[in-house]
Write a protein that binds this ligand. Structure first.
Ligand SMILES: *[C@@H]1O[C@H](CO)[C@@H](O)[C@H](O)[C@H]1NC(C)=O
Ligand SMILES: *[C@@H]1O[C@H](CO)[C@@H](O)[C@H](O)[C@H]1NC(C)=O
Ligand SMILES: *[C@@H]1O[C@H](CO)[C@@H](O)[C@H](O)[C@H]1NC(C)=O
Length: 462
């Protein structure tokens, strides 16, 4: 009798889903533009990159999205939350070059309700504009005249002539910050600026190119850049994971290629002024003493530069304030020496979930689905700390917190559903708090034939 009762209880418990990986259900799939600009560069599309913060963004009662249309003009779209329809406006800026780095990033400064846009840069000046105050909350008519002229400064703050990866984040006390790289791939610094009382100011560089890296083959490299998986505030802290890319091709087994190596983790308790490693030791000060490749105690997963490790994959932080990152690379069981980054990744790359437990231990677990692409995946955590990984082609893998994130399943398969997505996507991280995940993707095309830019909305865990 007890056994029967126990068995029934287990069935009920499983049926309630508490023990299973979370499901997702499609809410809508909306075409935002039938003719988004299309070209493949650096294995990616300019409208949908994993590192955009943000290409699609919920703030208050509205959701925003941005992309370049076939005329190469930057389009901003807005809809009221709760199934409203999209309205678009066209900014007076055309994509200057067919380079997939030159994404559009959106941010909102909560204090004055301005919408900020940074775009069209790859080791060049940034192109920036912001809206009239209050536009993010007023719902006033969605017209380009509500935005200021396009400048190559951040509202007067000069960022120099080599800006890449514009990202906006909101601090715990509701300031807007701007994260970017100065310099170039393999020789760049990660930088931070801050918007306060209507003005931008510089916080400084927090990860530099300096130091010496010695590869397994003994070759040395003396310059690099930190590629970040994100810059995520949670419970008062800014959390960053990332990987280093060396300037010297000789540090990899094939003598060239992309020399990404190691996964690092650092955090800040003072909005990016000073930095700590996972053990809580002070390791850096923005501006005067940025973190570098020789900083102690920051590597949380060691990997040499021979495995086709991806840069700028993604990260999120759970409700307990613990970091979760997705990294992907070619595991040693396939080869110890990636010779073609694109080809070997497409054939062999696997995604890994790397996360920190509250005792400071990092765990890395392989997610049992191939990447099947050069491209990157996105991770988001829901309100109950279940994990959702959006693999290329909008395959959504999920795992429950209850299982310790081990019960991975494909909860939505964009390939089987016939989405024909190009591959890499960008997601609405702020929107996840509302229980819905919005995935911006672009339909695969050929050459430079424009294709549909679409937004898939799925309800999380149900
Ligand atoms: C959203 O609107 C569409 C079209 O008006 C409708 O078919 C759909 O059921 C609505 N979805 C929700 C979640 O309200
Ligand atoms: C840290 O916590 C994790 C998860 O609870 C556990 O697996 C691991 O054994 C712990 N490590 C130490 C050193 O206590
Ligand atoms: C996307 O389209 C290109 C060009 O037609 C084709 O070569 C490629 O295989 C397609 N990708 C997928 C995943 O179908």
């Amino acid at each position: 009798m007890l056994q029967v009762l126990y068995f029934s209880f287990c069935l009920l418990y499983a049926a309630l889903g508490s023990l299973a990986a979370p499901t997702v259900s499609v809410v809508s799939n909306t075409e935002l533009d039938p003719r988004g600009v299309y070209f493949v560069s650096y294995d990616g599309l300019v409208n949908v990159n994993s590192f955009q913060l943000s290409g699609v963004l919920t703030h208050g009662n509205f959701q925003y999205a941005a992309w370049y249309t076939s005329s190469r003009y930057a389009i901003l779209a807005r809809r009221p939350l709760g199934n409203g329809s999209w309205t678009t406006l066209q900014l007076p800026r055309q994509l200057s070059v067919s380079d997939s780095h030159n994404v559009i990033s959106l941010g909102v400064s909560p204090a004055d309700g301005k919408i900020h846009v940074a775009m069209d840069c790859h080791s060049t000046p940034v192109y920036y504009t912001s809206s009239e105050a209050g536009l993010a909350t007023s719902g006033a008519s969605w017209v380009a005249s509500r935005f200021g002229g396009i400048t190559t400064t951040l509202g007067g703050l000069g960022l120099g002539s080599t800006v890449t990866y514009p990202q906006f984040v909101i601090t715990p006390d509701n300031l807007l910050q701007f994260v970017y790289r100065s310099g170039v791939s393999g020789n760049g610094a990660t930088q931070l600026a801050e918007y306060r009382n209507g003005a931008w100011s510089n916080v400084g560089s927090w990860a530099s190119a300096s130091g010496t890296y010695t590869s397994p083959n003994g070759a040395k490299s003396t310059a690099r850049n930190l590629y970040i998986n994100g810059f995520t505030y949670r419970n008062g802290r800014a959390h960053v994971t990332g990987t280093w890319r060396e300037q010297a091709g000789g540090v990899s087994c094939n003598g060239g290629g992309l020399t990404n190596h190691d996964t690092v983790y650092i955090y800040s308790e003072d909005k990016g002024r000073t930095w700590k490693n996972s053990a809580g030791s002070n390791i850096g000060t923005s501006g005067s003493n940025p973190v570098n490749v020789n900083t102690g105690g920051i590597i949380v997963d060691s990997l040499d530069s021979n495995h086709g490790l991806m840069n700028q994959e993604s990260q999120d932080v759970d409700s307990a304030g613990q970091i979760h990152a997705i990294i992907s690379y070619v595991p040693g069981r396939f080869t110890q020496c990636v010779t073609s980054y694109a080809k070997d990744r497409t054939s062999y790359a696997r995604p890994f979930h790397v996360y920190r437990s509250s005792n400071g231990t990092f765990t890395k677990m392989e997610i049992p689905f191939a990447v099947n692409s050069v491209g990157r995946s996105q991770i988001v955590m829901d309100a109950n700390d279940n994990a959702y990984v959006i693999l290329p082609f909008v395959r959504i893998a999920t795992a429950s917190k209850a299982s310790g994130w081990t019960d991975w399943m494909i909860a939505y398969d964009g390939v089987a559903q016939g989405l024909n997505a190009f591959g890499e996507v960008t997601v609405d991280r702020a929107g996840v708090a509302g229980g819905v995940l919005s995935v911006l993707y672009q339909v695969n095309s050929s050459g430079t034939t424009p294709s549909s830019v679409r937004l898939l909305d799925v309800k999380l865990n149900g």
